[in-house]
Unconditional design. Structure first.
Length: 94
């Protein structure tokens, strides 16, 4: 027997929180590029630009993964809700 108990509400809350995280990542600014423009040392500016480019790629991948998790959590909660409703209706004879 498992000790893990998760409610449908907790799964929905997880979906909502993951959606919020994904939205924050999507709306975050690329400040490293902005700083690179203001740095007078060429090598440092170049490194900041490289970081910004790499971060943009990885941030995009992370956002894709977060979006997938959001949809999976929402689908799981919807599925459990549907099963619960069907079981309730079957027990009540509806």
């Amino acid at each position: 027997m498992s000790d893990l108990i998760v409610t449908i509400g907790e799964v929905r809350e997880l979906s909502d929180k993951l959606r919020l995280v994904a939205t924050e990542f999507e709306g975050s600014e690329d400040i490293a590029s902005d700083y690179a423009e203001e740095v007078s040392h060429g090598d440092l500016a170049h490194e900041l630009e490289q970081f910004a480019e790499n971060w943009a790629v990885h941030r995009g991948k992370l956002m894709d993964s977060l979006s997938t998790f959001v949809e999976m959590a929402k689908a799981a909660a919807d599925g459990y809700d549907g099963v619960e409703l069907e079981l309730t209706n079957a027990l009540e004879g509806d």
